[in-house]
Design a protein. Structure first.
Length: 242
């Protein structure tokens, strides 16, 4: 069942249009990757879908016409920005509690208990629960950003460049968690410049170039496409000898 339906989406900043009639879908329990070079419009796409930018075209979520960012949050859409946007002078635990604030306002009584679920996924955060977020390593900050998003019990996670600035070992750990979240039933729209790792974990992928969808298909098919290999995966197919 389709959860997110984006049709003919155009958006930008002021008079500068960055996205040009982008269309994509994300189904329930599906992990969809958007890959492309810097400047392709990937972050703009995430912000437009979330309702943070003026936009043209249509966006549907859960069978309804999507509204602004408040509407999206209330219905379980959570954005993890590339900046991670943590409150660095607050503890790990307090950052997590803020992630559950919208649910608390709606009357949820299990927000504090939900922290235990996050600590089960990220044991390192449990060890640092009283530590200020600003003192965490880059990998730990990304874990906290993901954990805070999970406090909102999302139906759809929008992940913007989760590997940015992280060492390869930490990237592998983060993407193991992303795969686990998909297996737990959370739909994920992933924007990622590291096409190799994104296509390894995704079910379906789109290649965004200069604000337009250039290619799309099952992630395994994209990973084997000669254009994707040559442009994004850092190797070329060997020419067949005649």
């Amino acid at each position: 069942m389709t959860l997110l339906q984006v049709s003919g989406l155009s958006a930008g900043y002021g008079k500068a249009e960055v996205l040009h009639e982008v269309s994509l879908t994300v189904a329930e329990r599906q992990l969809v990757a958007i890959v492309g070079p810097n400047g392709a419009g990937k972050t703009t796409l995430m912000h437009a879908v979330m309702g943070l930018l003026p936009r043209r075209g249509s966006i549907g979520f859960g069978g309804q016409a999507a509204g602004d960012v408040g509407w999206m949050v209330q219905r379980g859409v959570v954005l993890v920005p590339e900046t991670r946007a943590l409150f660095t002078d607050m503890t790990v635990e307090d950052n997590l509690l803020l992630g559950g604030f919208a649910r608390w306002r709606q009357g949820a009584g299990d927000v504090r208990a939900s922290i235990g679920d996050v600590f089960e996924i990220f044991p390192r955060l449990a060890e640092r629960r009283r530590q200020y977020a600003g003192t965490l390593s880059g990998g730990e900050r990304q874990m906290l950003a993901l954990g805070r998003a999970l406090m909102g019990r999302p139906r759809l996670l929008l992940l913007d460049e989760p590997s940015l600035g992280l060492a390869p070992k930490i990237v592998a750990d983060i993407f193991d968690v992303i795969r686990e979240l998909r297996d737990r039933g959370i739909a994920i729209l992933l924007v990622e410049q590291n096409a190799r790792v994104a296509l390894q974990v995704a079910d379906y992928g789109y290649v965004l170039e200069m604000g337009r969808i250039a290619l799309e298909g099952p992630s395994a098919a994209l990973a084997g496409d000669s254009r994707v290999i040559e442009t994004y995966l850092g190797r070329r197919k060997e020419a067949t000898a005649l």
